[in-house]
Ligand binder design. Structure first.
Ligand code: AMP
Length: 567
């Protein structure tokens, strides 16, 4: 050592800068200011850690398509306990004060006595590589290993860093940092067109890689990245029997709304990957679909569709599929009991052509061509969604005459309702836009996040059967109701084990749990009420089913609930 301060190595991007950026983002509600803050932060990050920093700035601990961190709140608490000596009452107090685990643990960390002498400052590079290690830990003792790896980060973290490490690791940022914001920030940081950043992101699916291209001025080089999931396009709800004025006059495609699980299939010359709506790879659960699409001669493509239990030419009710979802290992008997089919309705890429920014009409023609070119063996578990073209004019009665019989026909075929898609629309992932609509008839339901559970009574004395659930309000979750579970005994038993493993705060007969489980709730009406944080309450709420295909980020919003209020 010659006493000179050594030049910072390229990998040294302090986590403190990231935490300061997040605090600044949290401190403003103005989107534009958030964008400027993230842009300035990303500009200052060295090349080699820019991908990880961009991913963290989007709230993602690991890049999409790679193993996810799977570090729930429970393990984060265990890790924090190992470092900060937290007792139950103080955790309970902190959690109820903050309603957010990251903030609660940061608060506790700021009061904890701990040796800071040996703390090695955290860097983005170190956090990214520890997160990778946590994500890839497998086998017996994996949870222990994950907890101790996370504890190693917490023990070197300042309270602000604790806050964001926990938020990142549990996937619950709640400060308005989202992928869409990072996209705009990258455009600002590197003087690019936001549409070009978005297109590159859709193509390669990894904001970290896109950040590198944006910095190098090479966004146009983004080609089709098979094996990396693309965000799903969603539909806005439409009320059956209304005047359908949400639909602009024009040409539409009508398709059945299938009641299954949304799947994006990447077929890449025998290598097939299936992704769920949460962008997790789920190929292992559906070997027969993977097998069919891996047949020789299947042209390279990324297709979008719905996975159904399908027997004798008809879709089976969702419950059949649910049984399959809960299996860790799928063997031949399951495949025989519940045959699956992927009904495809869109195509996002074929060979080297990106198609998502082509109009739906053109994509539909490409999809039909793709399906026709499939070898017979691939057709065994694959169907093409039937589509009908209609032109909707201004007249409400004429619209009803076109849409309602089509809806009834879809129902008669055993499907849930009707999808109405603008023929000229491009494939726009993420937001519910005004391009795709879903027409359903039954009583309204909301997809809510379970935030607390209680033991039941009588024969349910030993199981966690009463759920308190919430909807999304911005970055927060606000409670909207409580219901006795309408799930089967087997489901309640499985969920009881899950909730016990994922409790955040233990209040005896009631547990505050990690807000990750989504349930579909039916009710008679929704009214204004001061009973719950949302300012709303439901009459006769009941749990219709678990929604393992949805994460908390895809749960219904307070606005969805308000739209259903009976005044
Ligand atoms: P929901 O789950 O009620 O928000 O409805 C949207 C879901 O409908 C999508 O995520 C798909 O899983 C599903 N869906 C069923 N059939 C179609 C279809 N033909 N086109 C698009 N989405 C469909």
């Amino acid at each position: 050592m010659n006493g000179e301060p050594s030049a910072p190595s390229v990998a040294e991007a302090p986590l403190l800068d990231y935490a300061a950026m997040c605090d600044a983002v949290a401190a403003t509600t103005k989107r534009n200011e958030k964008i400027q803050i993230v842009a300035a932060y990303l500009r200052g990050v060295p090349d080699d850690v820019l991908p990880a920093a961009a991913s963290f700035a989007s709230g993602d601990a690991t890049p999409p398509g790679s193993p996810s961190l799977r570090l729930g709140g429970r393990l984060a608490i265990d890790a924090a306990r190992a470092v900060f000596e937290i007792d139950d009452p103080s955790l309970r107090d902190a959690y109820s004060r903050h309603g957010d685990l990251g903030n609660a643990l940061a608060d506790l960390a700021s009061h904890a006595r701990r040796p800071s002498l040996f703390a090695a400052p955290l860097t983005i590079g170190r956090v990214a590589s520890t997160f990778r290690e946590i994500a890839t830990a497998v086998g017996g003792g994996a949870n222990k290993k994950r907890t101790s790896l996370f504890a190693s980060l917490l023990s070197d973290a300042t309270p602000a860093e604790v806050r964001y490490l926990v938020k990142l690791a549990t996937g619950d940022m709640r400060i308005g940092l989202k992928l869409a914001l990072t996209v705009d920030a990258l455009a600002v940081a590197y003087g690019a067109d936001a549409a070009d950043v978005r297109r590159a992101l859709m193509a390669i699916g990894d904001v970290g890689a896109v950040a590198g291209l944006a910095r190098a001025g090479r966004l146009e080089k983004a080609g089709v990245a098979y094996g990396k999931p693309i965000g799903f396009m969603l539909a806005s709800p439409l009320r059956f029997g209304g005047d359908y004025k949400e639909l602009e006059p024009g040409e539409y495609l009508l398709e059945d709304k299938f009641d299954g699980i949304r799947i994006q299939a990447h077929c890449d010359d025998g290598s097939v990957k299936l992704f769920s709506r949460r962008l997790n790879e789920v190929s292992r659960s559906y070997p027969e679909v993977v097998g069919a699409l891996a047949a020789p001669g299947v042209p390279h493509a990324i297709v979008d569709g719905e996975l159904l239990a399908f027997k004798d030419g008809r879709a089976l009710p969702f419950q059949h599929l649910q049984g399959r979802l809960q299996r860790k290992v799928v063997d031949a008997s399951h495949i025989e009991d519940v045959p699956l089919a992927l009904v495809v309705f869109d195509i996002l890429a074929e060979r080297d052509d990106l198609l998502f920014d082509r109009p739906l009409g053109e994509r539909r023609a490409r999809l039909e061509g793709w399906v026709e070119s499939l070898p017979a063996s691939a057709r065994s578990n694959l169907l093409l969604a039937v589509a009908t073209f209609v032109t909707l004019r201004g007249d409400a009665q004429e619209r009803a005459q076109l849409l309602e019989p089509a809806f009834d026909a879809a129902r008669a075929r055993g499907n849930e309702g009707l999808m109405i898609k603008a023929l000229g629309s491009t494939y726009a992932p993420g937001r519910r836009g005004k391009q795709w609509f879903k027409l359903k008839k039954e009583l309204a339901t909301l997809d809510c996040v379970v935030v607390a559970v209680e033991y039941g009574h009588g024969k349910r004395n030993d199981v966690l059967s009463d759920y308190t659930f919430a909807v999304r309000a911005g970055d927060r979750l606000v409670t909207i109701g409580k219901a006795y579970s309408g799930l089967t005994d087997a489901e309640i038993a499985t969920m009881t084990r899950w909730f016990l493993d994922h409790r955040l705060v233990d209040e005896g007969r009631r547990l505050v749990v990690e807000p990750t489980v989504v349930v579909e709730i039916a009710f008679d009406i929704i009214q204004r009420s001061s009973l719950h944080e949302s300012g709303l309450a439901m009459r006769f709420p009941r749990v219709v089913r678990l929604r393992p295909d949805k994460g908390p980020g895809q749960a219904s919003t307070l606005r969805d609930a308000l739209a259903l209020v009976a005044d």
